[in-house]
Design a protein. Structure first.
Length: 118
């Protein structure tokens, strides 16, 4: 059974930084992509960033480019999201996901809350 576990969420002031981590277990993800999504209260879940293990490509939504960096260790099935210059609009529950393509995900974590105060 596949498990994805996020950690690193919390409360931070605007302009601050947080680092989220995701640990995956239960299968080999060497040919997969892993990504981060977020869902703010009352809004739909949205894509944040992803890394494709097959070619090392990274992908970001426009609003986080230059502020967030996704990275990971394929051999250890771990992924991180370094979030800098955080804004109140980044407040959301952040989810880790894994799937065969950066636009297709089969497995999801339970989420970790990120709150950015103004």
């Amino acid at each position: 059974q596949v498990h994805l576990v996020e950690s690193g969420g919390g409360l931070v002031q605007a302009g601050g930084s947080l680092r989220l981590s995701c640990a995956a277990s239960g299968r080999t993800f060497s040919s997969y992509a892993m990504g981060w999504f977020r869902q703010a209260a009352g809004k739909e879940r949205e894509f944040v960033a992803a890394v494709s293990w097959s070619d090392g490509q990274t992908y970001y939504r426009d609003s986080v480019k230059g502020r967030f960096t996704v990275s990971g260790d394929n051999a250890k099935n771990t992924m991180s999201l370094q979030m800098n210059s955080l804004k109140p609009e980044d407040t959301a529950v952040y989810y880790c996901a894994a799937g065969p393509h950066y636009q297709q995900y089969y497995y999801w974590g339970q989420g970790t809350q990120v709150t950015v105060s103004s």
